[in-house]
Ligand binder design. Structure first.
Ligand code: SAM
Length: 143
């Protein structure tokens, strides 16, 4: 078994629940009462769901409420993108840049914000018009 396959099996075996999540809600996981959590990750979600930067901040703070003090947030976001398509429909994205995201995460009560940015040489043929992806981690401050 290759390394990524072993990780896939380990991840599947570690999953205890699959629950509905709406990051627009005050309690994103509804009545499911498992949190707050040591680690919360969100991949390519916030710029899709939000309407503008103010909305992004609000949704981010709801997501962050799921992280326990001292816990870790993992965020992956598109940078400088305006739209993506699933091949049939084109969807708008909030156009974000790295400094804005870092500051929004700090404003939501996090420290030790670290990130890597993956730049694309070309987006020709891709379903998306951004420049890069940011992979960010941060630690929630103690209350
Ligand atoms: C661009 S996709 C990313 C999916 C996946 N995270 C990935 O990396 O492939 C955006 C996702 O946001 C989800 N979504 C849309 N509105 C949402 C909401 N209010 N709360 C939680 N998720 C939402 C959609 O169902 C969709 O799966």
């Amino acid at each position: 078994m290759r390394d990524w396959e072993a990780r896939q099996v380990a991840l599947r075996n570690a999953i205890q629940h699959v629950v509905f999540c709406d990051v627009r809600e005050e309690r994103p996981l509804g009545t499911f009462d498992g949190g707050p959590y040591d680690v919360v990750s969100s991949m390519f979600l916030l710029s899709t769901v939000g309407k503008d930067r103010a909305d992004f901040d609000e949704i981010l703070s709801k997501l962050c409420s799921l992280v326990k003090p001292g816990g870790t947030l993992i965020l992956v976001c598109d940078l400088e993108a305006t739209r993506y398509t699933d091949g049939r429909v084109s969807y708008p994205l909030i156009t974000l840049d790295a400094p804005y995201i870092r500051q929004a995460v700090r404003n939501s009560g996090f420290t030790d914000v670290e990130d890597d940015i993956l730049f694309f040489r070309s987006t020709e043929g891709m379903n998306w018009d951004g420049t890069s992806y940011i992979y960010l981690t941060a630690r929630k401050c103690a209350e």
